[in-house]
Structures are given as structure tokens and as C-alpha cells.
Design a protein. Structure first.
Length: 95
């Protein structure tokens, strides 16, 4: 059973994924408009904070940073590490 800490963690990760996906969408629209854009480091930071699934979804849905191989590799690596950590935490019943 998930306790209060688990609920807070899952809620935070879900929120970060939604925020990261919306940043990818907004930035993709700003490419077309020629206005100020988010730096790539912002997407990496949001991915590190739990939004890696949202960043991967942004890449798949909007074609965001698809040509930048280092960004794709970094976000995929972050996602793998986060999923591995989550599985480990579930196995040893931390959350």
C-alpha cells in the first residue's frame, strides 16, 4: 500500500511530467513563431527532476529536439535511471 510519502512522490513526478511536456509543446510552437525559446538545459533539468517521461513524450509527439542526438541520449538515460530507481524502491518497499 502506498503511504503519504509515496502519494506525494507520485504526484510530484506526475506534475513534473505534465510541466515538461507543456514546455516541449510551447517551445515547439515558439520555433514556428520565432520568439524567445527555452534553453535545452531547462528540459534536461526538468527531466532530472522527474519529468523524463514528459520529455520523451514531447520528443515523440512534437518532434522536439529529435535532431539533437545528445539531448535524446541524455533524456533516455535519465528515464532509464529513474525507472530503475523506482523499481528498486518498490522492491525494497521504500514507497
Amino acid at each position: 500500500m502506498i503511504g503519504l510519502a509515496g502519494t506525494i512522490i507520485y504526484g510530484f513526478v506526475a506534475m513534473m511530467n505534465v510541466v515538461t511536456l507543456s514546455i516541449c509543446s510551447t517551445d515547439r510552437n515558439r520555433i514556428r513563431g520565432g520568439t524567445w525559446r527555452y534553453p535545452t538545459s531547462a528540459i534536461i533539468i526538468y527531466s532530472l527532476m522527474g519529468g523524463s517521461l514528459g520529455a520523451l513524450a514531447g520528443i515523440m509527439l512534437f518532434g522536439y529536439k529529435k535532431k539533437h542526438n545528445h539531448v535524446m541520449q541524455a533524456i533516455t538515460g535519465i528515464f532509464v535511471i529513474q525507472i530503475t530507481t523506482l523499481c528498486f524502491m518498490l522492491i525494497i518497499n521504500i514507497i
